[in-house]
Ligand binder design. Structure first.
Ligand code: FAD
Length: 468
């Protein structure tokens, strides 16, 4: 598509000289995503600094039916932030002000472009805690987090991004500003409009600020790495820990032996926390903001699990450095898979109690399709979200393997449906799963989604070709 020069000139004028670039070198990093899977193109990168500038941009785009793609930190994994067809690119990165932190109201108001790690720091500086935590938190923005309804490692205890939002400020497709920046805990005055924009991947409006919920800052952490007999033993352990701590388990991550082997082989300064190998591991963290005998409780549960054979061995971090080292293993799983050739990944969720049966059935089904395929499932078992990944068979041909992506994904996703699950637990649909979702959502559900899109963006200017 070509955007006319007069329209480009109006957009540039709306943000002033510092608010845009046409320099291909400056634009280049915005056009390719983290996995180098998608490559886009754009004639213009807009870099507004205020909500008013975003409003002026969208008013022009709407009037002239000019498509525009919002982008935060460009860490999305489904291609939602990439302008594939020469759309204007709208970076929210310069909307980077933390407007307010209120430790009494336990809330924060931050511009959409504030990087997640800065939100966490600002909460911590105020003696509070913002629990959203992802391996991409050093680059991902809060606007991107909300637009993808990001998950991460603390969903089990605190919920995904959706649960952490009290209000939003959104610029609608026609440029009007919808100010929903309230910090109320209770507000039943009609439809909860803010939730429409959370997880909408920039297709219904542009989020320019968010009112976030803060929590008491945990002062005690017990972090354990355990060799578990199988995923069913892991789920049983989760319930024991939740019951014994009154629901204080904040993270419960499953790691396969294959995944750990990849990390140990390719990521510098990593060592196996336990001497004897095991087919499965769990990294779990229990945290409390008050003084509780957490260590005793966790150690007692582990001792009883070792006694009944569901846990083979375990280590509880005895220092902050050891805790970080254990988390480093978990956070390096994605990265380490890159060194093992091509991979086919799925971001799925199933009910927690069915996760063990799903893992067994899914691994068997895919192994039947591609003998020698290397399963590397890992992730947030505590909330049923498994990154159900596979690496090319050892010595196998990468291209031939990737050519089977759809076949393998259909097999996995059909099984996910049979287990009552979701084919996108936390990364969204973007372009990657836009067609795939049609196999799994009912026509009625898709109709309602399309109707919402049409109502809020009748000219289809906002991130066209994504989600619906
Ligand atoms: C190493 C790594 C680890 C990751 N781990 C996790 C994880 O554990 N859990 C998880 O959920 N995700 C994870 N992700 C995915 C990614 O980090 C999240 O989706 C994140 O929320 C995206 O934020 P972003 O600012 O980078 O958004 P972008 O990638 O820039 O955009 C993502 C989507 O949101 C839209 N968008 C961005 N900003 C706005 C806005 N202000 N208004 C409207 N629409 C907007 C874009 O158009 C696009 O559709 C990971 C990614 C990487 C690279």
């Amino acid at each position: 598509m070509t955007i006319s020069s007069p329209v480009l000139a109006r957009l540039k004028e709306a943000v002033g000289v510092k608010g845009f670039t046409e320099d291909p070198n400056e634009i280049a990093p915005h056009l390719v995503e983290w996995r180098s899977k998608y490559q886009g193109q754009t004639p213009l990168l807009l870099k507004p600094r205020t909500t008013e500038e975003v409003s002026a941009i969208l008013a022009i785009c709407n009037e002239t039916a000019t498509p525009i793609v919002p982008q935060g930190g460009n860490t999305g994994l489904v291609g939602g932030q990439i302008p594939f067809h020469g759309e204007v690119l709208l970076s929210l990165a310069r909307l980077a002000r933390i407007r307010r932190v209120d430790a009494t109201d336990m809330s924060m108001i931050a511009d959409a472009g504030v990087v997640l790690a800065r939100v966490q720091e600002a909460a911590s500086d105020a003696g509070c805690f913002f629990p959203l935590s992802l391996a991409s938190e050093g680059s991902a923005t809060i606007g991107g987090n909300l637009s993808t309804n990001a998950g991460g490692v603390n969903v089990l205890r605190y919920g995904s991004a959706r649960a952490l939002v009290l209000g939003v400020e959104v610029v609608l497709a026609d440029g009007r500003v919808l100010d929903l920046l309230r910090t109320l805990r209770k507000d039943n005055t009609g439809y909860d409009l803010k939730q429409l924009f959370i997880g909408a991947e920039g297709t219904l409006g542009v989020i320019t600020a968010a009112a976030l919920r803060l929590f008491p800052k945990p002062t005690m952490h017990e972090t354990a790495f355990l060799a578990v007999r199988d995923p069913a033993a892991a789920v049983a352990l989760l319930h024991r820990l939740q019951n014994a701590t009154g629901g204080l388990v904040s993270a419960f991550e499953l790691i396969s032996r294959q995944g750990l082997d990849f990390v140990l082989a390719h990521i510098p300064n990593t060592t196996s926390p336990l001497p004897a190998p095991s087919p499965w591991y769990v990294l779990t963290e229990v945290a409390s903001a008050g003084e509780l005998p957490l260590k005793d409780i966790v150690e007692k549960i582990i001792a009883s699990a070792i006694e009944d054979g569901s846990v083979g061995d375990a280590v509880v971090a005895s220092s902050d450095a050891q805790r970080r080292a254990l988390w480093h293993l978990r956070e390096s799983l994605s990265e380490s898979q890159k060194f093992e050739g091509a991979s086919i990944k799925h971001d799925i969720a199933v009910p927690v109690d069915r996760a063990p049966a799903f893992l067994a059935a899914g691994i068997a089904a895919v192994a039947k399709l591609v003998p020698g395929i290397r399963p590397v499932p890992f992730g947030h078992l505590g909330d049923g979200n498994i990154h159900f990944n596979f690496s090319v068979p050892k010595g196998g041909d990468n291209e031939a393997f990737l050519a089977r992506w759809d076949e393998i994904s259909h097999a996995v996703h059909d099984l996910v449906r049979d287990f009552g699950g979701s084919i996108s637990a936390e990364h969204g649909l973007g372009v990657m799963k836009r067609e795939e979702i049609l196999r799994y959502k009912s026509e009625t559900e898709m109709d309602v989604m399309r109707a919402l899109k049409h109502t809020l963006d009748p000219k289809n200017i906002l991130n066209p070709g994504k989600v619906v």
